[in-house]
Design a protein around this ligand. Structure first.
Ligand SMILES: C[S@@+](CC[C@H](N)C(=O)[O-])C[C@H]1O[C@@H](n2cnc3c(N)ncnc32)[C@H](O)[C@@H]1O
Length: 288
C-alpha cells in the first residue's frame, strides 16, 4: 500500500513492505509548499491593489458598462468586489440610486472599499451570501470581475446568483484570457491558464442541471493598456496575482530575468510598455 505523509515542510510517498524490521520505505520525498490562504494573499496586496490594477480597471469599465446596461433604479451586487474600485466607477457612471452590494470575504479589501462612494460592503464569501434564501429575486444585476476562479463551490454559487436575480435580470462575469500582447514568463503561463479555465465553468447545461433557466452568451472584448517597466516588475515582485503565490521569490526573479533578456533590455525603467488585453465576458440572463 502506498500512502502520502505530509508536514508543513516535506511530502513523502510511503510504501509498506513485508519486512518486519523496516515496515515502510520512503519512495519519494520532496519539499512541500503548503497551499497559501487566499485571505493572506489579499491582505498582503491590499495597500497597492488599486495602483496595481489601475490600467486594467480602466479597460474593464467601458466593457462592463456595455454588458451590464445599468439603469439608475437597478439593485446591483458585485461578487468578489475587492477594494470596490469597479463598483465605485459603475455607481458614478450610471447614476445608481442605491449603492452596490460589494460581497467579498477579505476584511482588509473591504476596509478600503468602505471608504468609496457607492459601495455597500458585505464581508462574506459568495458561497455564504448567495446561499441565503432571503436574497431571492433581490437583484437586477450581479457582476463578478476576475473573482469567479476563487469560488470554492462554483455550481452552488451560480445557482444562488441566478436565484438572487429578478426575472429578466442578468449575471455578468468577466475573466481574463491568455490573449494579451504583454508577454508572460514561462512559470506563470500555466498557472494563469488554470485560473482562467476555472472562470469559464458557467454554462447553460450546468444551470439547467441545477434547475435554473437562463440564456448564456460568451463574448471576448479587447482593450489597450500601458504600464511602465518598473511597475510591471514591481507587480510581479509583490505577487499582484493570487496565482503568483505558488512561485518562490527566486522563481519570480528568474521570470523577470527572462522578460528582461527576451523583451525589455532596451526599455527604460520609466518607459511605458503598451499592450492589448483580451477578456471573456459571460452573460447569464434569468429567464422568467
Ligand atoms: C482578483 S480580486 C478581484 C477584485 C475585483 N473584482 C477587481 O476586479 O478588482 C478577487 C477577489 O475575490 C475575493 N474572493 C476570494 N474568495 C472569494 C469567495 N469565495 N467569494 C467571493 N469573493 C472571493 C478576494 O477576496 C478578492 O478580493
Amino acid at each position: 500500500m502506498i500512502s502520502i505523509w505530509q508536514t508543513g515542510i516535506v511530502t513523502a510517498l510511503i510504501e509498506s513492505t513485508d519486512d518486519k524490521e523496516i515496515p515502510y520505505r520512503i519512495i519519494f520525498l520532496r519539499h512541500f509548499r503548503p497551499p497559501k490562504d487566499i485571505k493572506y494573499h489579499y491582505r498582503n496586496v491590499v495597500n497597492k491593489y488599486d495602483y496595481f490594477y489601475k490600467e486594467v480597471h480602466q479597460g474593464y469599465i467601458p466593457i462592463l458598462m456595455k454588458c451590464l446596461d445599468l439603469k439608475a433604479e437597478h439593485v446591483v451586487a458585485d461578487v468578489g468586489s475587492g477594494t470596490g474600485a469597479i463598483a465605485k466607477d459603475l455607481f458614478e457612471l450610471s447614476g445608481l440610486h442605491n449603492p452596490i452590494w460589494c460581497v467579498d470575504p477579505s476584511v482588509e479589501m473591504q476596509e478600503v472599499a468602505r471608504q468609496k462612494k457607492g459601495v455597500y460592503p458585505v464581508v462574506k464569501t459568495a458561497e455564504e451570501f448567495f446561499s441565503n434564501p432571503q436574497i431571492s429575486e433581490r437583484f437586477d444585476r450581479v457582476l463578478a470581475t476576475m473573482s469567479a476562479h476563487h469560488f470554492v463551490n462554483p455550481d452552488a454559487v451560480y445557482k444562488g446568483i441566478l436565484c438572487s436575480l429578478r426575472p429578466g435580470g442578468f449575471y455578468v462575469q468577466l475573466t481574463g484570457t491568455l490573449k494579451s500582447s504583454l508577454p508572460l514568463f514561462k512559470g506563470v503561463k500555466n498557472l494563469m491558464s488554470q485560473c482562467f479555465e476555472r472562470g469559464k465553468e458557467i454554462s447553460s447545461p450546468l444551470l439547467k442541471e441545477i434547475g435554473v433557466n437562463s440564456n448564456i452568451s460568451h463574448q471576448e472584448f479587447s482593450f489597450s493598456a500601458a504600464v511602465t517597466k518598473s511597475k510591471l516588475y514591481e507587480k510581479y515582485r509583490c505577487r499582484f496575482l493570487s496565482v503568483l503565490q505558488h512561485l518562490s521569490d527566486d522563481e519570480i526573479e528568474e521570470g523577470i530575468r527572462e522578460l528582461e533578456n527576451e523583451y525589455y533590455h532596451n526599455v527604460k525603467d520609466d518607459e511605458l510598455i503598451n499592450y492589448e488585453c483580451t477578456v471573456l465576458v459571460t452573460r447569464a440572463e434569468k429567464v422568467a
